[in-house]
Design a protein around this ligand. Structure first.
Ligand SMILES: NC(=O)c1ccc[n+]([C@@H]2O[C@H](COP(=O)([O-])OP(=O)(O)OC[C@H]3O[C@@H](n4cnc5c(N)ncnc54)[C@H](OP(=O)(O)O)[C@@H]3O)[C@@H](O)[C@H]2O)c1
Length: 253
């Protein structure tokens, strides 16, 4: 397939590398920033463009991998073409793409894609195509990345995205807060590793609410007050601590 990448960030780079490694040709990389387009294009032997009207209409697949908020703007500038157009967002309807081609859809990788990430990861790819032929094309592409492919409607996908933000993005942020707390007291952050691995291991066979522990669940108000006191220089973290503790208490009921 001849593929055009719109975007030069983490997802565009990762998708491009894997498609190329599977004998597909990345023909163009678009970015509003010429240097970013050139850097990714050079690594994929592609042509860098900073003007969407220059998209090669011979492309079989165009992938929009820009920030969610930029997708609407980008679509307005892509000339109509006959191939398949997808975005990679968990939270955007596919119908926003229909002005460009009737063959459109989404390929949302449900994984935190980081810079220069390699290919070997187990994750779920969520797809939706505007018609059966497009869905089948998108699933064929998705199978280069993972065996776990699920087709969901936009309504289902947006709730899955919401759930993923709680399960992955917020959890990771909370671990990042924990690491800062430890670093401030010169404690090696790796001390958290077994705690986190055991939590993930237990989640393999039990629902999260069954493995919840901690002062909020036990209603240990003295411990909660001590923790809030340790956070007194940081009202933002105190607020997060109080909100999450309250949420844990409410889920218990
Ligand atoms: N990273 C993930 O874990 C992940 C996972 C699944 C799905 N996604 C989805 O993948 C898409 C891309 O995410 P990403 O993580 O690759 O983002 P990213 O690394 O932050 O890259 C964002 C890209 O969007 C471009 N961009 C931002 N605002 C723009 C605008 N106004 N006009 C044109 N281009 C603009 C940036 O261009 P510049 O280089 O010029 O800044 C950059 O190329 C998003 O839809 C996201 O929801 C991400």
């Amino acid at each position: 397939m001849k593929i055009v990448l719109i975007g030069s960030g983490k997802v565009a780079g990762w998708l491009g590398k894997i498609f190329q490694g599977n004998n597909h040709e990345i023909i163009q990389v678009y970015s509003r920033n010429t240097e970013h387009a050139s850097a990714l294009a050079a690594s994929l032997n592609a042509l860098a463009i900073d003007d969407l009207t220059k998209i090669d209409k011979a492309a079989d697949l165009i992938i929009i991998a820009v920030s969610d908020d930029a997708i609407h703007e980008i679509i307005k500038k892509i000339p109509p073409f006959d191939g398949v157009l997808v975005h990679t967002s968990g939270s955007m309807d596919i119908s926003i793409l229909k002005s460009v081609t009737e063959n459109h859809g989404v390929m949302w990788p449900m994984i935190s894609v980081t810079k220069n990430m390699d290919a070997n990861h187990e994750f779920v790819m969520v797809t939706e195509g505007s018609n059966p032929a497009t869905e089948s094309e998108i699933q064929k592409s998705a199978s280069l990345f993972t065996k776990e492919i699920i087709n969901l409607s936009f309504d289902q996908r947006q709730y899955l995205h919401l759930a993923a933000v709680f399960a992955n993005n917020f959890t990771n942020h909370l671990i990042s807060i924990a690491q800062v707390i430890l670093k401030n007291k010169n404690i090696d952050v790796t001390v958290l590793k077994p705690l986190i691995s055991n939590m993930v291991k237990q989640l393999n066979d039990k629902p999260a609410n069954e493995i919840q522990t901690g002062p909020a669940l036990r209603n240990d108000t003295l411990t909660i007050e001590k923790h809030l006191d340790l956070l007194k220089g940081n009202p933002g973290l105190q607020e997060i601590y109080e909100l999450l503790s309250e949420s844990i208490k409410n889920i218990r009921r």
